[in-house]
Design a protein around this ligand. Structure first.
Ligand code: ADP
Length: 645
């Protein structure tokens, strides 16, 4: 069924893989004659978004009896609706002209292509079957009234809707694709929060004490509104250095200062940009509490492990037990608190009366309109990283963004919220600041194909087998260094010790599957690894030896790496082929600490809130790894609470 519908529980969707959809209807070609098949079971393969996808098609003499996706490596959660719905639609239509599922178009097309190939091998007339389309019944246009509408069902959207529901509001969340998740689900989902208690149980890493000592030399005069925070931080560091430094240090102030220094950048015209103090402070001060709120109130299963995603600069990334669990639990919480979630429902236009936002007009998948009147609208539509044109149009940071650059983003990240905000006169902040993810897969452009190793544990070499950067640096520094290597391609070198540290908890089997796909190289010796990646083995061996000596010394005289994990010395060795990919758009709608959207005069626009990647002003010119999840959850929660009142 198309159009407005309450979201179906996506739990156990992996079972859809095993679910063969059966029908006894006969296939009829366009001219009305019954199709004939050579009965039997056929398989077909095609290339999905992340790799090969295989289907099994069972044919009787006159009908497509069943279609089953038997294997794939598509993104869990985001691709699930296509894997469930497309086989069913093909069987129902008895043809190949079925609609793709929004947000999972590539997966949908891959399933159709694999079925086409299976049917071809059965000798079927696939051209005739392509002309057989699925029938959609268009719903009547309709209207609803509620307290709060949330536009977008990624991390910011589910936090906002949960918080609005918690505070007693009637809430409707509209999501344009067929699944909740957005880029949040495609990310590493590590949420930075200074947690001195938990971090104090971890051994301090080599080099961390020196990093902290260097802060004592920072000059308050260069820190503007952040000066007082720096003074407090210096006091904390002095106290820490006078005591037991074998365990890790952290504080909210350290998180604030790192967010500021990592985000302070100049654009191509020499204009300086940095995170706004009040927004950064709000994010850092509320992150730990919000993380616990997600667990205790919303019911998301948390994990007590910490990580340090690439460009995070410190070990303060909090994890969730599973990525899908974040959306399953919040969906349940929202619906149990009388909230409604409408998938495949795209917000097209804000309703604006006397300068105040009073609702939103949406289009459903079948083209019918849904008008929702509300006291407040929260925009949580994510960034515009999947909108190549917009990225290029706004970019004021990168001297050039290669035409062939890929993106880590899901298809829905097209910047719709920017357009919606502009309809209400919103001010934009830092739009030219686009983050390239240095460690995306060079093969697919995606993040999940990178190993997601905490950044202290690995080294990078270029195609010549030479190190070229401090691997613990900020993302823009890494991406910029990578883009100046041959083809912008580099290898991320690690050893067997990385397996238990993988942020996405990839198992040995999953890593080996990536080896099979040609995304990761694995070898018993460094010589063999060098041969596999085609670089001079003496260079790779020397680079690893030098790197290991820096790990021992806790100091890197070549590139200034200042935080280290273990040495690279335990076979087998791994090399992941990587290349920067468009990842995060730091700019967006201007907001205040109450998550109200501001107009050009910095006044709140009545009835309009925003949270998450659609907003600007927090990350300056470079976002710290792990701060996106902190941002979206903290401001999503604030937006929901305020919009409910
Ligand atoms: P954030 O990290 O800020 O939460 P995400 O990318 O995770 O951002 O989620 C944003 C969600 O908003 C995506 O699922 C996307 O499909 C959805 N979205 C974007 N534009 C619209 C729109 N016009 N109407 C409804 N949903 C939208």
């Amino acid at each position: 069924m198309k159009g407005v519908k309450k979201v179906k529980k996506l739990r156990n969707l992996f079972l859809a893989l095993l679910l063969a959809v059966s029908m006894s209807a006969c296939s009829t070609s366009e001219d009305g004659t019954a199709a004939t098949f050579k009965a039997g079971t056929y398989t077909g393969t095609s290339e999905g978004r992340n790799g090969e996808l295989t289907v099994e098609v069972v044919l009787s003499d006159t009908a497509i009896d069943s279609v089953t996706v038997t294997s794939h490596s598509e993104t869990e959660g985001i691709a699930d609706p296509a894997i469930e719905q497309i086989p069913a639609s093909i069987v129902e239509a008895q043809g190949l002209g079925v609609d793709t599922v929004s947000g999972a178009t590539i997966t949908s097309e891959a399933i159709i292509a694999a079925v086409t190939s299976a049917l071809e091998s059965a000798g079927a007339d696939v051209e005739a079957l392509k002309a057989v389309t699925s029938e959609t019944t268009k719903q009547e246009d309709s209207e609803e009234t509620t307290d709060v509408v949330v536009v977008g069902g990624g991390g910011a959207g589910i936090a906002a809707a949960s918080s609005a529901a918690e505070n007693g509001a009637a809430v409707i969340l509209v999501e344009k694709t067929a699944a909740l998740g957005g880029n949040t689900l495609a990310s590493g989902l590590a949420m930075n929060a200074a947690d001195p208690e938990l971090e104090g149980t971890l051994d301090a890493l080599n080099g961390q004490v020196d990093t902290l000592k260097a802060v004592l030399d920072y000059d308050e005069a260069e820190f503007g509104e952040y000066a007082d925070t720096l003074t407090v931080l210096k006091g904390q560091i002095e106290e820490y250095l006078a005591g037991d430094t074998s365990k890790e240090f952290d504080s909210t102030e350290w998180h604030i200062i790192q967010t500021y220094t990592a985000g302070k950048r100049k654009d191509l015209d020499g204009n300086e940009i940095s995170g706004q103090f009040d927004l950064v402070k709000t994010m850092c001060e509320n992150s730990l509490d919000t993380y616990h709120w997600l667990g205790e109130v919303v019911g998301i299963e948390l994990s007590d492990t910490l990580t340090s995603p690439v460009g995070s600069l410190w070990m303060r990334g909090h994890n969730f037990a599973t990525k899908n669990g974040v959306f399953e639990a919040s969906q349940e919480y929202i619906e149990n608190n009388s909230g409604k979630i409408y998938l495949q429902t795209k917000a097209e236009e804000l309703i604006i009366e006397d300068g105040a936002v009073t609702g939103v007009v949406c289009t459903r998948e079948d083209g019918s309109k849904l008008t929702i009147h509300a006291n407040n609208v929260i925009l949580a539509t994510g960034g515009f990283g999947a909108n190549g044109e917009m990225v290029k149009e706004y970019n004021t940071y990168w001297p050039s963004i290669p035409d062939e650059i890929k993106t880590t983003n899901v298809a829905g990240a097209t910047g719709d919220g920017i357009e919606l905000g502009l309809q209400a006169g919103a001010k934009l902040e830092g739009m030219g600041m686009v983050q390239l993810m240095p460690t995306a897969s060079a093969v697919t452009g995606l993040l999940e194909d990178g190993l997601l190793v905490p950044s202290q544990y690995y080294m990078f070499v270029n195609q010549e087998g030479l190190r070229f950067v401090n691997e613990y640096a900020e993302r823009d520094v890494l991406a910029s260094a990578a883009l100046s290597q041959t083809d912008g391609v580099f290898y991320h070198i690690a050893d067997q010790n990385m397996i238990p540290t993988l942020q996405n908890k990839a198992t040995q089997e999953q890593v080996d599957a990536m080896v099979e796909k040609g995304i990761i190289y694995k070898a018993d010796t460094l010589e063999e690894l060098a041969e596999l990646i085609g670089c001079p083995s003496e260079n790779l061996i020397e680079s690893v030896e030098k790197y290991n000596s820096y790990v021992d010394a806790g100091e890197d005289p070549e590139f200034g790496k200042n935080v280290f994990g273990s040495k690279i010395e335990t076979a087998p060795y791994y090399a992941v082929i990587e290349k920067p990919s468009v990842h995060h758009t730091m700019g967006g709608l201007a907001i205040n600490t109450d998550a109200q959207v501001l107009n050009e005069n910095d006044e709140p626009i009545v009835g309009l809130y925003a949270a998450g990647e659609v907003t600007g002003g927090i990350h300056g010119g470079n976002r710290v790894g792990g701060n996106a999840i902190a941002d979206i959850m903290v401001f999503g929660r604030i937006a929901g609470r305020n919009a409910a009142q």
